[in-house]
Design a protein around this ligand. Structure first.
Ligand code: TMP
Length: 242
């Protein structure tokens, strides 16, 4: 598979066309950002951690029959994915109160939520990605009623798979963000990455943060916690039969 022209450069990834139609190459970068790009640092090794973690999580999601864009990891920092048109949405699922939810609604971080909640954010840097509701999504013509229902089902299914997977490696899945794309045939697919950049992961025993909050809140060394997550995921087969 040959890398061709650069299609898009984001905060932590580059997206290239390939010599195969409908197949894109994602390169994960050694870059950490927070506060919508206001905080930015080079972090050696982060690209390969997130590429490997995303590959493991998408393989698990594929195994469970959930439609997604992942094809395969082709190098330490690169993976191939199916081309889709991304919906300008960030879909957040929360199991435990934290982050912007705790701040906005004054709910103590760590409070278990009675059921998994879903939030939508309009992906638009210019507006600072505002929270929106299902009516906004329809009025902005981002997705139809039927598609919104499908996206919510997809988000809850992924939550179930990931919650169980992380529980097996002594991690609580506090919350996470996903993104969805549409194929040329109009089918919705889970796309983008799932990694400690896009999830809140707390150690079950110590509640230590094993995610990007380490960087956002200056709590320690980002690479060592990402490595810890990867090692637990890689070693999970030794202690269980998932
Ligand atoms: P929040 O509490 O800041 O709204 O974040 C909720 C979850 O979504 C958390 O796991 C981090 C993830 N997230 C992203 O991946 N990208 C983003 O731009 C934001 C705001 C959150």
């Amino acid at each position: 598979m040959k890398r061709k022209s650069l299609l898009y450069e984001g905060k932590a990834k580059k997206l290239f066309q390939t010599n195969q139609e409908n197949v894109l190459l994602v390169e994960y970068l050694d870059q950490a950002t927070a506060l919508n790009g206001l905080k930015k640092d080079a972090v050696v090794g982060k690209g390969q951690m997130n590429n490997q973690i995303t590959a493991i999580l998408f393989e698990k999601i594929t195994e469970k029959g959930i439609a997604n864009h992942f094809i395969k990891k082709i190098s330490k920092t690169e993976q191939l994915v199916q081309a889709v048109t991304m919906l300008p949405l960030e879909i957040v699922v929360r199991n435990i109160a934290a982050g912007s939810f705790s701040k906005r609604l004054d709910v103590t971080e760590g409070t278990a939520l009675p059921f998994a909640i879903i939030e939508f954010y309009y992906k638009e840097d210019r507006l600072d990605d505002p929270i929106i509701n299902e009516d906004h999504i329809k009025v902005l013509e981002i997705a139809s009623d039927v598609e919104i229902r499908e996206i919510k089902n997809l988000a809850l299914q992924i939550n179930q798979v990931l919650k169980e997977l992380f529980a097996m490696i002594a991690i609580d899945l506090v919350d996470f963000k996903i993104e969805v794309g549409r194929t040329t045939e109009g089918k919705l697919l889970l796309a983008d990455e799932i990694s400690p950049d896009t999830c809140r992961l707390w150690d079950k025993e110590t509640n230590a943060h094993l995610d990007k909050d380490v960087y956002r809140r200056d709590l320690g060394d980002l690479i060592s916690v990402y490595r810890e997550v990867l090692q637990r995921l890689e070693n999970k087969g030794e202690s269980s039969c998932i």
